[in-house]
Design a protein around this ligand. Structure first.
Ligand SMILES: CC(C)(COP(=O)(O)OP(=O)(O)OC[C@H]1O[C@@H](n2cnc3c(N)ncnc32)[C@H](O)[C@@H]1OP(=O)(O)O)[C@@H](O)C(=O)NCCC(=O)NCCS
Length: 178
């Protein structure tokens, strides 16, 4: 599977997650605004484990999370990518994204999500991608809908009610032609 270490969007540069990203992740993971929908704030040790698990994911699968930075000034914006997960009773590839709260409301998650789907479908030739979140995470649900996901069903994940969305490669290619 081809590794894609870096790619660009209109406003952002994505770089494959690295061990040196710990400080940016720790700052994001201690912000209660960001973590309210991601299981709560994480200690430095929990973030170290998160980083190690996601670096392992890259080694095992050839894809994973990218760190997104402002193309102009290099400022950290957020993390996003594709992860293999067991969710809703099946093995799936998940689109994940989280941005620093200061960067919300500018269409940046949508820009990240579109670019990640393009990598997933064009470069990795994935058949389908899912996304899931808490039912009340309206901003995330809106991002999913804007990039072409369709609501599939309610599920329980990590002991909590979630909504599961899905997009197929064929549907995504159709969206591009609209
Ligand atoms: C969810 C998240 C990624 C959205 O990032 P963002 O950069 O603000 O998203 P965008 O600007 O691309 O799009 C957000 C959309 O949601 C809409 N929105 C925001 N809050 C909303 C609300 N409470 N109700 C309904 N829609 C809302 C915005 O208006 C926008 O839609 P529009 O373009 O049609 O106006 C960001 O809030 C985040 O990082 N949250 C914490 C982590 C998280 O929950 N990640 C997702 C886990 S699945």
């Amino acid at each position: 599977m081809p590794l894609l270490a870096t790619f660009r969007t209109d406003r952002l540069i994505a770089e494959r997650l690295r061990a040196g990203d710990l400080d940016d992740l720790c700052r994001m993971h201690r912000d209660p605004r960001v973590m309210a929908t991601l299981g709560g704030i994480r200690s430095a040790d929990e973030t170290r484990r998160f980083l190690r698990d996601n670096l392992d994911h890259w080694d095992r699968c050839g894809y994973g999370l990218w760190m997104f930075r402002d193309r102009e000034n290099g400022q950290f914006i957020g993390r996003g990518g594709l992860r293999n997960v067991h969710v809703g009773g099946s093995d799936e590839v998940e689109l994940a994204y989280a941005l620093r709260a200061e960067c919300w409301g500018q269409g940046l998650a949508t820009e990240m999500a579109k670019a990640i789907l393009m990598v997933g479908f064009e470069r990795l030739d994935l058949t389908e991608v899912v996304a899931f979140t808490l039912p009340t995470n309206w901003a995330s649900r809106r991002v999913m809908e804007k990039v072409g996901f369709t609501f599939e069903r309610d599920i329980v994940h990590a002991g909590l009610q979630h909504v599961l969305y899905r997009i197929a490669n064929t549907v995504w290619k159709g969206c591009l032609e609209c």
